[in-house]
Each structure stands twice: as C-alpha cells, then as structure tokens.
Design a protein around this ligand. Structure first.
Ligand code: IVH
Length: 669
C-alpha cells in the first residue's frame, strides 16, 4: 500500500474526518470498512503531518488519543457528584422487594423501570466542559478517583469533543470500561507466549490496563466503554431512557435495544433477565447481571440513597456460570511448603470468559466428601473469582468399576514417603530438597508480588529446576546466556528478556524481597509493615518475637513464624547468598518524617474527607510518626473531622481535644 503525502491543510482535515468515520464503523457498528493495517497507515500519515505542523493539530484528531508521554503515577481528583455503587439482588423475591420499596417510597402502584445490562468492567466518570473532554476519573472511593485521562483517550469510542450543542456546560458521564472477550483472549494468548501471567478475567484486564502508566501500552489493550448515566441531577432529560438517547446524540456509546428495555411488572423484568441470561454466553463481552433503574429521573431523586447505594436502582446478579466436563485425570501438585494438593485435569471447557483445563480439589477430605473420581462428569463453577471449582459429580454418568480416589503414599515429584500429621487435613512431602517444592518456591519467588521477574513463568521455572540450572533460589542470579540457551524455544530475544528482568529484580523494594522469602503467614501487607519498621534486612533478621509483636498489625503466629524462619541456618544462608550475588533490596523511600508535628501523636478520624480516603489519611499520619485509633479519649491528641462527622466529633468537643479540619490537616502535612 502506498502512502500519499498530505500536502494541504484541507487534506489534513479530510483525513481527520475520514479516520473519525472509520472509528465509528469500527467501534459503534463493529463493521470496519478498512483493515486495521490500512487504518494504521492512514493514522501514521496523519501523525507525520501533525509532527511537521503541530500548530494545526485539531483537538478531535484521532492521534490525540495516543499520549506520547508516560505519566508518573496518577493524580487524584474529586468527582463533581459522588459515584455510588449498586445494591445487589440474587432472586426474583429480592427484586419484588425492591419494586415494593419503590412503590411505597413514591406512593404509586405502577412505576416504569429501565432495565440494562450490568457490564463487567470498571466504572469511569468522564467530565465534559463546553463539550470537550476535561478529565476521566476512576471510581476510587466514590468521592475522589484516579485521573486516568491519558489512558481513557485511547478508547476510540469516547469522543474528545461532543457532537451537537444542547448539553450542559459542565457535566459528568458515567460508564463502564470493559475489554471484549475477543481482545481478552488474544491478549492472554500473547502474554502466555511472552511468559507473562495471563489476566484472570476481562474485568481485571480492563481495570489493570487503565492503571498502566504508559498510555501507548493502554492503546494496545483496545478497551471499550458503555455509558449508562450522567452525574446526579445533571441530565436535562426526564427519564433514564431519555438520558441514554441524549448521550447517544452527543456521540457517546450506549447500550441499545434489545439490551435495554422498559419494564413495569416483575414478569417483564424477569423476562428481560432470563432472555439476557440465555444470550449471555454468546455476547462478545462479559456481564455479571442486569441493572434495574427507576426510569423517571425526578422519582429517582425523590427516592434518594442510603449510604453509598441509591434506592432507585439495584443490580440483579446471575448465579455463577456452571458447565459440565469430564475429569481426565487427578494429579497431585506439590506446594512450596510440601503440601500435596489433588488437581482435576479436565477436558478443556469454556467458562465465564476463559478456557478451563484444571480445577483444584483442595485435599483428600474434599475429594472423599464429594466422592470425585477419575473419569467422572462434573459441574465446574467460576464464581467471579479466578480458581474454578468442582461443585458436583454427575454420578449417573459414572462408568462402572471406578474406584474412589486416594492420595498417593509417596510424593509424585521426589518419591519420598508422604506424612499426614494427626489432626491436620494436609498431607505433606517432608523432603526440603524435593524438586516439586523447588519449582513452587521459585515460582513464588519470581511472582509479581515478590521479585516480579517478568519473563519467568511456570514453564520456564519448571525447566530451570528440571535441568538443574537452579537448585537453590539464589542460583537465579548466576544464570548465564549459555545456560538459558538450553531452555526449550529460548533464542536470543527470550534469553535477553529473561536476563533483563532478572537484572531489574535485583533492586526490588525491600518489602517485596521480604515477601519473596516465603515466610509463613507473611503476605504483602505484613511484608510492607516489616520493611517499614525494620528498614533493613539485618535488623529484620535480628528482631525478637517481642519486638515484632510491638509492630501494630503483627500477631503472635506471624511473629513466631518470622523468628523461626530466620533461626534456620539454611534460610539465613540463602539471604546471604542472594545479597552476595548482587541482590540489593531498596529501603522504603518514605521514611518516617522526623521531627514532624504528628510524631508521637494519636489521631481519631471522623466523617468523610474530600481529598483522602481514611486509609490514606492514616498512612500519612503514620509516615509522620503518629498513630490512629478508633475512639476519642483523653489520650487523643487530634480529631480530624470530615463531612458529616459522627459522635466522635461531639466527644472531642466535650473532652477539649484539638479538632483539625481537612484544610488544617493538609497544611500541617
Ligand atoms: S448504574 C448509582 N448501570 O456496576 C450507581 N452501573 O456497583 C450507578 N455497572 O461498577 C450504577 N453496568 O460501573 C449502572 N448499566 C449499568 C452498569 C453499571 C455496569 C457497574 C458500575 C459499578 C457497578 C455498580
């Protein structure tokens, strides 16, 4: 395909309009009229012209969706009106109760509802001023969200400038950002090839993508959006249906019939819910239910809200999806601490957005209780979470002469006799040198929450251990190009990628290094606490149980486990070797701010803060050497008061405790 150069400004405007048209065909109608390749060429042509004439760039140019600069973190901004969430219902009876409450609240016997799909993605608020997209915020805590504007601009179906003229000067549009199943599958396939952890579901993929720092990467994730509301009290229309039509007129993507319906009676609502449920599997995106909203906007306002959920709408969530498939085999997986877990190897089936080939059977007790056997037909369920489970066995379909399953008497990885302590459910392999345990330990070590060695996925780890290239964790940092060339399918690029990600992990934050050590009961939160308090490894390794217990948030079991871990000479040696091989965990940056007015002070928080969540405020206080407690007493130094404070405020006044407004608090920070 040849590129004809743009020679005049008119050509440029024509190309902008042509590309906007193509975006419409692609995103609104799902009927592209040119190939992606041809589109990209045209876009490149456009960008070349814009680079030469930056003064002419039109604000609605499709190039403006790709931000060249990587943002550092995200700023937090306040929503014009709070973003609420929906209460859930799970049965016809609960929907009926909702309808009754609405009838009672409005003193009416008949109220029309607008039924919509509940898209399974992540909520977003778009702010338009004079028809131009000003910013896009995630829900955050409902009052304040992350500014993800640069990333949102990569979604081509979101207009940067609205069509038409009849819109309020300043208004918010609410919608759900989601990833289509086709894109989700393609991205996961690519991630597996690259040795990256696949996304658990399209919702996580969408939410994770919005939080990427490089919007060029976000553009590759091909996110999409459905808009479903305006900020409270901002719509000029009379009904929810009207608002959707209005949004459509402004060029915003909305759901269309048959995916929205006006219903009045419970029968109509249930009919809609059932019809959508039947269609659910063939939809090109995931939904987790339907939403039922009072159609009349005035009535919505009259009904108002309780806490964070409106009284005028509910979600009706579908029961988790189930499919039947056959258990081809029951294998046993060795965990990093030697626990043996039976796993059902399944005839692959597609369920709730992904293909399932394995399901955990937890332990012998669980298998015995459900009498799950090799060859059985079973129902698999994925209840919104990642790990699918076997919910029941179709005994009628069982072949004759099958036998109940029994845990093997030796470890499948190292053939050591297994041990089953009395009173414990778990069966363990007692051999600390077991290759199976090594694989799991290394996997854990390299995982995202630990050392985050990006290209060291499950298959790579298995080979590293099988081929004897890694016998102890610290060997990872001695791996050479030549050794990695022994791995299946490893060529120059994959070797380089892996070595680079190992290199990068050397300077990981101390908290993630602590996490990577795999100490019993130490998860991300505890690892953060330990890094913050101990500040370096030596100190941590020397800490006594008593000192550990002094850290708020660390209990007896964990303190004991930490001391036990570092008492083991092998564990100490491993840490020493890691450091010797060049791992240099970074001390937490945010040290306690010494000499701050908050140092040693006790705070109580009450009411809703505008600019911080409670956790954030507590964190900021802690960083400065203060602490927060739940109730006001004479020992309280400050009470930080937000909107609608509760009885704590009264108590503080009564006791004469210093009261800080959010503004004063910010100044003192
Ligand atoms: S209306 C007043 N309509 O479901 C609450 N929400 O907790 C406004 N969602 O993450 C929500 N599809 O983003 C509404 N058609 C729809 C929706 C929808 C998906 C999401 C929403 C939020 C959650 C509600």
């Amino acid at each position: 395909m040849s590129l004809s150069k743009i020679t005049s400004h008119q050509d440029y405007i024509a190309l902008v309009n042509e590309l906007i048209e193509h975006d419409k065909h692609y995103y609104d109608e799902a009927k592209p009229v040119i190939s992606d390749f041809a589109y990209d060429l045209k876009l490149r042509q456009l960008i070349e012209y814009e680079k030469a004439h930056p003064e002419y760039i039109l604000p609605n140019s499709p190039s403006q969706r790709i931000s060249e600069s990587a943002t550092e973190g995200f700023h937090q901004k306040e929503h014009l009106t709070p973003m609420m969430s929906l209460a859930n219902t799970y049965s016809e009876g609960e929907i009926e109760d909702f309808i009754k409450r609405v009838h009672k609240g409005l003193e009416k016997k008949q109220v029309p509802f607008c039924c919509e799909l509940k898209m399974d993605g992540t909520a977003i608020s778009l702010l338009y001023r004079s028809g131009k997209l000003v910013h896009a915020l995630t829900r955050g805590n409902g009052k304040v969200g992350d500014d993800v504007t640069a990333n949102i601009k990569t979604i081509k179906s979101i207009p940067l400038e609205l069509s038409g003229k009849e819109f309020p000067d300043l208004f918010e549009v609410r919608g759900e950002v989601f990833m289509s199943l086709a894109v989700f599958r393609a991205i996961n396939e690519q991630r597996e090839i690259e040795g990256l952890e696949p996304f658990a579901n399209p919702r996580n993929a969408a939410a994770g993508s919005l939080k990427l720092l490089d919007s060029r990467e976000v553009a590759k994730r091909k996110l999409n959006i459905t808009c479903y509301a305006m900020g409270e009290g901002q719509s000029l229309e009379k009904t929810q249906h009207g608002t959707l039509q209005f949004l459509k007129k402004m060029g915003l993507p909305i759901a269309k019939p048959p995916y929205i319906a006006r219903c009045e009676r419970i029968e109509e609502i249930m009919h809609f819910a059932e019809r959508i449920h039947e269609e659910r599997e063939s939809l090109p995106f995931e939904i987790d239910g339907i939403v039922i909203k009072v159609d009349d906007l005035k009535a919505q306002q009259m009904l108002g809200a309780t806490g964070k959920t409106p009284r005028f709408a509910v979600a009706y969530k579908y029961a988790p999806e189930q499919v039947f498939t056959q258990i081809l085999d029951i294998t046993v997986q060795v965990g990093r601490s030697g626990v043996l877990t039976p796993v059902a190897e399944l005839e692959p089936v597609f369920l709730a957005g992904s293909t399932i080939a394995r399901a955990t059977l937890h332990n012998q007790d669980e298998v015995t209780r459900k009498d799950i056997r090799k060859g059985d037909w079973v129902a698999i369920e994925k209840g919104g979470d990642v790990i699918p489970k076997v919910v029941m066995v179709d005994v009628a379909k069982r072949e004759p002469h099958t036998k109940p399953w029994k845990m093997p008497s030796v470890c499948p990885a190292c053939h050591t006799a297994v041990v089953h302590k009395e009173g414990e459910v778990a069966v363990r392999c007692p051999n600390p040198r077991c290759a199976g345990q090594r694989v799991r330990r290394l996997q854990y070590f390299a995982s995202k929450h630990a050392m985050d060695i990006e290209h060291m996925g499950e298959r790579v780890v298995e080979q590293l251990v099988d081929k004897g290239l890694v016998t102890r964790i610290s060997d990872v940092y001695l791996l050479t190009e030549k050794e990695l060339s022994l791995l299946e399918g490893f060529k120059e690029k994959s070797i380089h990628n892996l070595l680079e990600s190992i290199e990068k992990s050397r300077n990981c934050p101390l908290s993630r290094f602590i996490m990577a050590l795999g100490i019993k009961y130490v998860g991300t939160e505890t690892a953060d606490l330990l890094a913050e308090q101990a500040h370096d490894l030596d100190t941590l390794m020397q800490m006594t149980e008593e000192e550990l217990l002094n850290i708020e948030g660390i209990g007896e079991k964990t303190a004991q486990a930490i001391v036990d871990h570092f008492r083991d000479p092998e564990h100490r040696e491993e840490v020493e070797l890691l450091i010797k091989h060049g791992v240099a965990p970074q001390k937490p940056k945010k040290q306690k701010i010494l000499g701050h007015a908050f140092a040693g002070k006790t705070f109580v928080l009450t009411g809703a803060l505008q600019n911080f969540s409670r956790d954030e405020a507590a964190h900021l206080i802690k960083e400065r050497g203060g602490k927060t407690t739940g109730s006001v007493s004479k020992k309280t130094d400050f009470v930080l008061v937000g909107e609608d404070p509760g009885s704590k405020y009264e108590k503080a006044k009564e006791l004469g405790v210093d009261i800080l407004s959010e503004g004063q608090f910010q100044k003192m920070l």
